[in-house]
Design a protein around this ligand. Structure first.
Ligand code: WT7
Length: 653
């Protein structure tokens, strides 16, 4: 059965429990209606929930494909996430409950955060960081990551967080593209009991990143990590975070920023070999994330919210840091792996800290299912009241398991569709009003308009089509850093003559109730364990290896990861395939990009299937990688190539 058929047969319905609806922030569909009737008025009122230094004078200026939101106003994101809570009862409330993988724990109240953010902001200033400068952040998932992000926001510096699992080369490319002045890193971070040598990686990256003048190094554990080589400090360039912070002043006012000033750049994969620096701005982004955090996660003052994402991804930006803190929430931050030291680490954390709202990815849920029901059963999960999912389509089986074994049938599930580019959740249930269907992200939230379109931009009311957002929204990306043409090309050129239509790159189905069922990417972008990887990026990495002449990478269905990478490789003359070379190539890619890009399969081939015009036929390669009967090969230059490949692939297993 195809994915579409499975989804079409899903007819279970989960109405919001009465006890939940009664107390929910959003408990009627009136919000959708009023927002649809006056979209700008709706967003203006959401923007006014923030604290402004100067009120905005215009809500939306839209000249497709460009939109500006809330112009004329000034505000500061760090002020909204921290300072404004200090004058309220939240002053001594826990902002961040941190747990390191080795078991170290720290709690920072809003007051603590207020102190740390101002000191960090002063520290950055003392190293010459000014408004508009770029700061790279390459840290483990520790409180300093949030502090550094907020400190940048406070002084108007633009942060670019790079996930700690990325390689030195990936870090280097991003720092060069952003022309970063400072990098904030740590001597190391913990992952499955091992130290990830972030400082060593940074040193390697900076061998060829001349814009970076200073490196600030967080000592992950007081006294160091037991191996001096984790933190080889270079005189003049490198500074210990704790030393500078000890002398940093708390006197550092929040810079008034224009609504459209850049808040951050976050790199994500696209269809070329080069990642895109997605640019988000100040007021629209914060309005979008603050409003959706409040409504979708129904956050109340006594909630403990745990979003398991790393700050290196957009989910960590929007729903670990900015959205929850703008709402004055208590967040849980956990550094490490879900199966360390054992497979119940997440449930132990939920129970210990009394987590009430839990947000994770389908790939994690599928791993929990596989590990067995007995792991969550050991812990008291009775405080959980709402569950969320993000990153890829959630299969109904995983949805129902999550509902039963984690939510005990009591917690609504919000399956949230969005992207790095959308900044905030776009399509999602609202837990107090939406009757959910496992596998469907349901409907666009108030203030958003999503449609399915065909190739001619005609709306498809029910059936399959291309997902499009037909009106701008406050937290949308504004451009691609340094490559504005690519912005227009990638997102606003799918339907010729219609620069008003945003194309996310996803295909979807719409059912008779108007619910969306996201089917996945329709471009050459893969979603591996909820992380976006461009096939071209992996291909470019492979061809840098001296043995490789040509490479083609496709996605194949994977039980846990959703998709996994399969690479088809032709070797240069003089090189011979072997299992050693296969392992070497896998390691080579992991080294070049990061472990998330390591191919599961590598298949050697004398040739790759191409059309007569020389285009690699990925569809055929996918068929082979997934063990399907071969599709149409009539346009193929040499049909024998495919038959040979398929035979090899099958004998490899
Ligand atoms: C792509 C965006 C949004 C944060 C995590 C990923 C897929 C995301 C869902 C969902 C089906 C989803 C889409 C999207 N995706 N959430 N709930 N159901 N698909 O961010 O790396 O920017 O990737 O992830 O394909 O385009 P990202």
């Amino acid at each position: 059965m195809s994915d579409i058929d499975v989804l079409l047969q899903e007819n279970r319905r989960f109405a919001p429990p009465g006890h939940f609806s009664e107390q929910a922030h959003v408990n009627s569909w009136a919000l959708h209606q009023s927002a649809a009737a006056d979209m700008e008025g709706y967003w203006a009122s959401r923007a006014r929930e923030l604290d402004w230094f100067t009120p905005f004078t215009s809500v939306l200026e839209w000249t497709p494909p460009r939109a500006k939101w809330f112009t004329g106003g000034t505000l500061n994101v760090a002020y909204n996430c921290v300072d404004r809570h200090i004058s309220t009862a939240r002053r001594n409330k826990a902002a961040i409950i941190f747990e390191g993988e080795p078991g170290d724990r720290r709690t920072l109240t809003y007051w603590d955060l207020y102190v740390e953010v101002r000191k960090c902001a002063s520290m950055l200033k003392s190293l010459g960081v000014q408004k508009g400068d770029r700061v790279g952040i390459y840290l483990p998932l520790i409180p300093e990551a949030a502090i550094a992000m907020l400190a940048c926001a406070r002084i108007g510096a633009i942060h670019s967080v790079v996930f700690g699992g990325f390689s030195p080369e990936s870090l280097r490319d991003r720092m060069n593209d952003a022309q970063a002045k400072v990098v904030i890193t740590a001597d190391g971070g913990y992952r499955r009991g091992q130290v990830v040598p972030l400082k060593r990686n940074t040193d390697k990256a900076l061998e060829d990143a001349p814009s970076v003048q200073h490196v600030i190094v967080v000592q992950r554990r007081p006294g160091g990590l037991g191996d001096e080589s984790f933190a080889d400090m270079r005189e003049g360039r490198d500074h210990w975070w704790h030393r500078l912070m000890a002398h940093a002043s708390t006197d550092c006012p929040a810079e008034p920023m224009d609504s459209e000033d850049v808040l951050f750049i976050l790199y994500t994969s696209g269809t070329t070999g080069k990642p895109k620096g997605i640019v988000h701005t100040t007021a629209g982004y914060l309005t979008g994330v603050a409003a959706t955090t409040r409504d979708v996660f129904d956050l109340k003052d006594d909630d403990v919210f745990w979003c398991t994402a790393d700050v290196g991804w957009i989910t960590g930006h929007s729903y670990l840091v900015y959205g929850p803190l703008a709402n004055g929430a208590t967040i849980v931050m956990y550094e490490g792996a879900p199966d360390w030291p054992d497979k119940d680490r997440f449930w132990e954390i939920c129970a210990r800290h009394g987590v009430t709202v839990f947000y994770t990815a389908p790939t994690a849920i599928r791993a929990f299912m596989k590990w067995g029901d007995h792991w969550p059963t050991r812990h008291d999960l009775s405080r959980l009241r709402l569950l969320g999912s993000v990153g890829e389509p959630i299969n109904p089986e995983a949805w129902v398991w999550y509902h039963e074994h984690i939510g005990h049938g009591r917690c609504p599930i919000v399956d949230t569709w969005w992207q790095t580019e959308t900044g905030a959740i776009v399509i999602s249930p609202l837990p107090g009003i939406t009757t959910t269907k496992p596998g469907s992200a349901t409907k666009a939230l108030p203030g958003y308009t999503a449609e399915l379109l065909d190739a001619n931009a005609t709306v498809i009311p029910t059936g399959g089509g291309l997902l499009a957002l037909t009106r701008p929204w406050p937290s949308m990306l504004r451009t691609i850093w340094g490559d504005d043409n690519r912005y227009v090309e990638t997102y606003f050129s799918k339907w010729p003559g219609r620069p008003d239509l945003y194309f996310p790159g996803d295909g979807a189905k719409r059912d008779d109730d108007g619910f969306f069922w996201i089917l996945g990417r329709v471009d050459d972008v893969l979603n591996v364990a909820g992380h976006r990887i461009g096939t071209m990026e992996v291909e470019s990495a492979l061809v840098e290896h001296p043995a490789v002449a040509e490479a083609a990478v496709v996605g194949k269905v994977h039980e846990l990861k959703g998709q996994a990478l399969a690479a088809f490789v032709t070797l240069r003359t003089g090189f011979h395939h072997s299992s050693e070379l296969r392992d070497e190539l896998k390691a080579f890619v992991a080294d070049k990009i990061g472990a998330i890009a390591r191919p599961d399969d590598i298949l050697f081939s004398a040739d790759l299937p191409k059309t007569r015009s020389g285009k690699i036929m990925r569809r055929l390669l996918r068929d082979i990688a997934e063990g399907r009967a071969l599709g149409d090969t009539t346009t193929l230059a040499d049909p024998n190539v495919v038959a040979g490949l398929k035979e090899q692939y099958e004998s490899q297993e």
